[in-house]
Design a protein around this ligand. Sequence first.
Ligand code: ADP
Ligand code: ADP
Ligand code: MG
Length: 673
Amino acid sequence: MFDTILIANRGEIACRVIKTARAMGIRTVAVYSEADANARHVRLADEAHLIGPAPARESYLRGDRLIAVAKRTGAKAIHPGYGFLSENAGFAEACAANDIVFIGPPVEAIRSMGLKDAAKAIMEQAGVPVVPGYHGENQDDDYLAEAADRIGYPVLIKAVAGGGGKGMRRVDSAADFADALAAARREAAGAFGDDRVLIEKFITKPRHIEIQVFADSQGNAVHLFERDCSLQRRHQKVVEEAPAPDMPDAVRAAMGQAAVTAAKAIGYEGAGTVEFIADVADGLRADGFYFMEMNTRLQVEHPVTEMITGQDLVEWQLRVAAGEPLPRAQDELAVRGHAVEVRLYAEDPGRGFLPATGRLLRLAFPEEDDNVRIDTGVEEGDEVSVHYDPMIAKVIAWDEDRGAALRRLSGALAATAVAGVTSNLSFLARCLAHPAFRAGDVDTGFIDRHLDTLVPAPAPASDRVLALAVLDHLLRLDERYREMAVRSGDPYSPWACADGWRLNGETDLLVRFEDGDKLHEVRVSLTREGYRLALPGGEMAVAGERLPGGDIAADLGGDRIRASVVRTGDEVYLMHRGETRKLRYYDPGVAADEVAGGAGTITAPMPGKVTKVVVKAGDAVRAGQPILVLEAMKMEHTLTAPGDGLVESLACSEGEQVEEGATLAVIKESDEA
Ligand code: ADP
Ligand code: ADP
Ligand code: MG
């Protein structure tokens, strides 16, 4: 076994690898970019080395620097994690040339699975069923359009070099094909430096079911059963579970067999995932699934497999890479219970799931135990930056059966709190609670189909939320009053009147909060029993205290609850049972100054690159019509006209890098439009 390994990654996966290495007595060397100098993986590793500036291509993707650090530190093996260089055959080759073990499959296996077209061709030959479509050389627009006609709409355009759902477009009719092709090519060129595509029949009721495979250098190959990753958004996994709901034994056996055949067909070694798409229009059937692609690395969702098999897949990777045989044979592996994982992301479901950035002013998780596991690369106080994947954590739960595992996971999410950065926490909680999901009625269209219930239109803050916000404010005034009284040495000092608030209750206090474009006013009076609030729904007596750590123990009209409240400047985040509300404390003295962007102004929702401008100054546009395309955090975002009108000015051009909040275009109202 290796004495020292280098981990060529960051975030939760770097932390995950360190954990197992440490348990095996292996020394770990981390690498970091300038943006990650204080990152959790740097703190956890035995040593850490700076490899360059924040952009990945200047740091985590610099194979030469990684190898130099490995040599300098005596690391005999490199674990690439997922993403970054994990499926980069050139890097695996460079490791070998420097006598460093790449903890992953042989170079040829990476290469043959790296491109989706070649991978499909190999699988077809090995007798593994593949999705019908065109995966040939010809990249001519007209030829591809004809191929799509032949396959029959709807079709899916995929980047040959694709991954992470990028460079993929569903097309429903021939009329939309040309635009979709152009967009897929643009995204593919930007993300992978390769704009070639393939076309597949779009399966209309699909489930994404993948098989974890493992092979060693002695010719053994096994599978560790399936994971169902059907809950997806924009082809990116959101919820993953193992085993797949209602999986018939015959289908599990057939899929497992096909996956092992696939691994053997390419002389595989190490951890891999064979992704299948199952056409479930007539249920799960042994003849109704197709090979989609093979990921030649450890997968984000590997923890659910670990929890149902009781195996540590990183340990398996390290053993296989060190030349040992697989720790278990196929007949020594079994499924026990059920595990479910959710990906907690810094993103805003209410704004089309735009990635979010900022400082994690609050980040709290439930305690880990045999049933609940948290894999994260960040801690409270850390920054979610624009440079990397915005995943905050994976929350995973296990139990004897699916229903119990889902209840556990819901409980874990209710005990999770995120503030300072918008997250998909309550969206995840709603996915898990959805009756159709509970019933196991999943397919990849689930989230889009249920978007209205999963991302409800924002309702005004409830009385309870307002009461909590006001209570927090009162506790804050109270704390400030005490501090000032102590400082002045006189408990009856005039500081008691700060903010016009007197604890003796002579004056009522008016507290105002902005809630989106709504303003809430709450009148507070002090009675003999305590605070009494006049809320939109009526009067409520409230009391409470701040607990060590910042949470509030509140009594809201007799309901005793514990909530987490974070205030930063005027912003207040209220977190209770997995729901987060953000309000803004409204001080009439400083109100109504900057109104960000008029109704007709398009501003950059995040820093990014303008990849396409669709209109010209002077064009008439309709509400919702695409104006320009912004590429940020590895995704394309189409920005649309906020209303009908004329394009008055364009403040950006194609290829330009823009800052968050930058004005990109101004649309003025017009009668002609
Ligand atoms: P799939 O390829 O099927 O989407 P996963 O769900 O395991 O497989 O996703 C791989 C993960 O790698 C994605 O979550 C993606 O965010 C991450 N990833 C891909 N490219 C990069 C990159 N350049 N840097 C960091 N993470 C990346
Ligand atoms: P990536 O490399 O980006 O992960 P995949 O080929 O694995 O790309 O596809 C990602 C997701 O897109 C799948 O999990 C599935 O939900 C969806 N998908 C892929 N191919 C098809 C298809 N032919 N029909 C319908 N959905 C598909
Ligand atoms: Mg995939």
